[in-house]
Ligand binder design. Structure first.
Ligand SMILES: [Ca+2]
Ligand SMILES: [Zn+2]
Length: 262
């Protein structure tokens, strides 16, 4: 699952809402911004596929929206403090709101519940037919250790909406201005196996990714390293050759069919 970015992808969009009147409650304007922002993020990937894929990847994102309102007091989830969060920073926050949301959706807690939901997204009778890939995106105003992050192995991501959608004032490690739809596109790039390429990610050019086993050759190893513009390096709407090939937009045997399957 999710070995290449083509075909129909079922996206489980889980909005984890807080009690009315609390800091974790979404406003109507925020829900509209999220709905439009997700579409803009998918549009970035559609356009890149149109520019760079040698064969039309028939890329289609179709969403299953869950709007879950918890009784959890957002003050009980600690604010982010670490500009380089560790796994314990993530685990001290995400499960507090993620697990009750999974329970409310009828799934078990933890990554096994996410896996069950992703399987249901794969098996769902979408109006466009079966999906060939799937992932879950949790969007919340509850605290998280970082503005946006992805587990490739468990096929889910978290967007901490106040952080990712602003300039990051008041959060450790800054922000990405108003480009959160491109941040979302970047995270979706991870879902389909692409690694980070920016210097602070400590990437290497020898790590191997995707169905076609492509090295991360656009990794920025030093501040003066020559690199090409890419969604996976700084969220610009462009893609470098390694990322294009990791996403499976490749037809090296010229048979008119992409060489990798999702
Ligand atoms: Ca081919
Ligand atoms: Zn990244």
């Amino acid at each position: 699952m999710n070995q290449a970015m083509s075909g129909t992808c079922g996206v489980g969009v889980v909005l984890v809402n807080g009690p009315a009147g609390t800091a974790a409650a979404f406003t109507q304007a925020e829900i509209i911004d999220i709905t439009i922002g997700l579409t803009r993020g998918w549009d970035v990937l559609y356009r890149l596929s149109g520019t760079y894929s040698p064969v039309r990847p028939k890329l289609l994102f179709t969403a299953d929206y869950k709007f879950i309102t918890l009784s959890l007091d957002p003050a009980t989830v600690p604010a982010a403090t670490n500009p380089k969060p560790t796994s314990s920073d993530y685990n001290a926050r995400e499960p507090l709101w993620r697990d009750p949301a999974l329970t409310a959706m009828g799934y078990s807690t933890g990554t096994s519940g996410i896996s069950s939901y992703n399987n249901d997204l794969m098996n769902k009778a979408w109006s466009v037919g079966k999906a060939t890939s799937a992932y879950t995106v949790f969007i919340t105003k509850y605290n998280a250790a970082w503005m946006a992050y992805t587990s490739i192995s468990d096929a889910y991501m978290v967007l901490q909406y106040p952080w990712v959608s602003t300039n990051g004032a008041g959060f450790p490690g800054g922000g990405w201005g108003n480009s959160w739809p491109r941040t979302y596109a970047h995270e979706t790039g991870h879902i389909f196996q692409a690694p980070d390429e920016y210097l602070a990610s400590n990437c290497t050019r020898t790590s191997i990714h995707g169905a076609l086993h492509i090295p991360n050759a656009n990794c920025q190893r030093t501040a003066t390293d020559t690199v090409f513009p890419c969604l996976m390096i700084n969220n610009v709407e462009d893609a470098c050759t390694p990322t294009i090939r990791i996403w499976g937009w490749v037809d090296d045997n010229h048979d008119g069919v992409l060489d990798a399957t999702p």
